[in-house]
Design a protein. Structure first.
Length: 142
């Protein structure tokens, strides 16, 4: 199982340049672990694409159906209090947005801080650096 950031799941939902790489990665290990607010981040990204007219209303509805399908297969970290406490520490250690700090904190909680060899998939460069610094095995699909 790998921890997946929302930035790496969006290409599974809508076609992007990295979609094929993300699908290939998922085929090699279909176990997805996410933070409990990942769906909200993905819907936000899809709405932004819709506002920017990169996704039509019909494609948005199809994307939500694909998201529903992917979500049925994932496991969620929903330990809010320990994740938020850890995220606060991470904000003092790394240059991260709050949502990314929550993602990284959730991965730290699920891995029980044993990050060596634990794979974390993200397309976010800032988060990638923090993941690497925390000792995870970062994966950034092209």
């Amino acid at each position: 199982m790998r921890f997946w950031d929302s930035s790496a799941i969006v290409p599974l939902i809508v076609e992007e340049p990295s979609s094929e790489s993300c699908r290939d990665l998922l085929r090699t290990d279909s176990g997805i672990i996410v933070w409990s607010l990942t769906r909200l981040e993905i819907v936000s990204a899809l709405r932004r694409k819709q506002r920017e007219q990169n996704v039509s209303p019909e494609h948005f509805r199809s994307a939500i159906q694909r998201l529903d399908s992917v979500q049925r297969a994932w496991s969620e970290v929903d330990a809010v209090e320990p994740v938020t406490r850890r995220a606060e520490r991470l904000l003092g250690t790394h240059v991260l947005r709050a949502a990314d700090a929550l993602q990284l904190a959730a991965a730290l909680i699920i891995s029980q801080e044993r990050t060596a060899g634990f794979e974390f998939v993200t397309r976010d460069k800032q988060l990638f650096r923090a993941i690497d610094a925390e000792g995870f095995m970062p994966i950034c699909p092209d």
